[in-house]
Design a protein. Structure first.
Length: 474
């Protein structure tokens, strides 16, 4: 009986193992069918310099002297040549049978020569049609026909937890296949405002850049672009550019060699819970407008500093990162609708989208006021003073007060000496700050522990800063 029970137990284990094995995905068919459309890309960049004197580091009697002399070239005058070739590797995939290939912009950036190698070992010199640094997408072309082409999928249909596959050339190992799952969608990365990245745990390493990310139907859903790493190698977090974003870029590059993007001419900020409460919003969403470019599309449409943009062309702005993506993908000259929240009411504004020409980034510039002698901090822990006539002329402001020092609860915020306080916002009401006396009187009306939001100007930039927990007295 014990022998029978043991056999039954072994059979049960084997059955469970077999069922578990059957439940795992098989990537072999996908790799076999889609692999030929994935290419290896190698680039060469000639870095030019001038000959520079460089003495041998060994004495003539040193055994290493002869080796050094033989293998390190020298130029007349005793120097060594400083010109050298910088080589790099990447991946790409064929999107049309006549030789158009998508890859990352950083793979071909600065390249003097681009070589594409197919899985059948054929090599071609490629021409760079165009590259877009903002999305890190590049389009290159080889002279060939009848090439295998990838099938394109819909990134919107991807689900978190779904299996995905990368094919590329990590460290130069052609057509390597790695697999994982979608970890998240719509990721925003620092300095990357125009791409809602797909985050995966697929193993991506140097050389995978520019290669395709496939779903289990063998459709390309993204271009592998970045990894999050402290070591320079794979650490379980990878990011891919959604293929719909990349194909929009490639169509513009193919047509004109460059990309046109829409712009509103506003500086925006994320709406957190405290700011939402101050502005009278039911929940934290949208992008609050810190400042409006003079003469820009937003100003012409009537958008004002302090407005919260909730929708653009009917699409909800859940986080501030959504707005640059939507506006950037809109063709310049398009008439678009913008829904804004202004002083407790909803408004619809029509704006003609402008064209982005260059980055506009204001620099912080400290504006010093006349520091009063021994002034007591107010309820926010701030020592403030009136703007001088000279400061008002320079800043082109009729009112406002300048922060001289930040202490107490204010020191726990992002406020700095030199910031100019323009307005105070609470419970959806905005009050223009005209004087130190008026500002401190406004603060005295709040209960202990209340939160207030300040609209401040820092250099050429305006921003909202919320402070929670007012002190008991002035």
């Amino acid at each position: 009986m014990n022998r029978l029970a043991s056999l039954f137990f072994l059979w049960l284990l084997a059955s469970c193992a077999f069922a578990q094995t059957r439940g795992l995905p098989d990537f072999s068919e996908l790799a076999e069918k889609q692999g030929p459309a994935v290419v290896n890309i190698s680039t060469t960049q000639v870095v030019r310099g001038q000959a520079q004197m460089m003495p041998f580091p060994f004495d003539e009697n040193d055994p290493a002297f002869e080796f050094f002399k033989r293998f390190i070239p020298r130029v007349p005058g005793g120097g060594v040549p400083r010109d050298f070739e910088n080589k790099s590797l990447g991946s790409g995939f064929i999107v049309s049978g006549d030789g158009y290939i998508l890859t990352n912009a950083h793979v071909v950036e600065g390249a003097d020569e681009v070589t594409v190698r197919l899985t059948d070992k054929r090599e071609f010199k490629a021409k760079i049609i165009g590259a877009d640094k903002r999305t890190d997408v590049a389009l290159i072309k080889i002279e060939a026909s009848g090439l295998p082409v990838v099938r394109l999928g819909d990134p919107a249909q991807l689900k978190v937890g779904e299996w995905v596959v990368a094919i590329g050339s990590p460290f130069g190992f052609d057509n390597s296949v790695t697999a994982g799952i979608v970890s998240a969608k719509g990721r925003s990365l620092p300095q990357e405002n125009y791409v809602p990245f797909i985050q995966t745990d697929v193993a991506i390493n140097p050389g995978n850049s520019g290669g395709p990310l496939f779903n289990m139907r063998g459709e390309v859903v993204g271009i592998n672009s970045q990894i999050y790493s402290r070591s320079g190698g794979y650490m379980g977090v990878s990011f891919a550019i959604p293929i719909d974003v990349a194909m929009d870029i490639q169509s513009q590059l193919r047509a004109s060699g460059k990309v046109s993007r829409g712009r509103l001419g506003v500086v925006i900020q994320e709406v957190n819970k405290e700011l939402a409460d101050s502005l009278g919003l039911n929940r934290a969403m949208g992008a609050v407008v810190n400042s409006v470019e003079k003469g820009g599309p937003a100003e012409k449409a009537g958008i004002e500093a302090g407005d919260v943009i909730l929708k653009f062309d009917g699409k909800a702005i859940n986080t501030s990162a959504d707005l640059p993506r939507l506006v950037g993908s809109t063709r310049p000259g398009t008439r678009s609708s913008v829904q804004v929240w202004r002083k407790g009411t909803m408004r619809d504004v029509a704006v003609v989208v402008g064209e982005m020409i260059e980055d506009r980034q204001g620099g912080a510039r400290s504006q010093k006021g006349s520091k009063p002698a021994e002034q007591t901090p107010n309820r926010l822990g701030l020592i403030v003073s009136e703007l001088t006539a000279e400061q008002k002329r320079e800043l082109k402001m009729a009112s406002g007060i300048v922060i001289e020092d930040v202490r107490g609860i204010g020191a726990r915020s992002d406020l700095r000496a030199g910031d100019v306080i323009i307005a105070l916002i609470s419970r959806g009401a905005t009050t223009e700050v005209r004087s130190v006396e008026q500002f401190n009187k406004l603060l005295s009306q709040f209960d202990k522990g209340s939160a207030v939001t300040l609209l401040i100007r820092r250099g050429e930039i305006q921003t909202f800063i919320t402070i929670k927990g007012l002190n008991g007295g002035n």
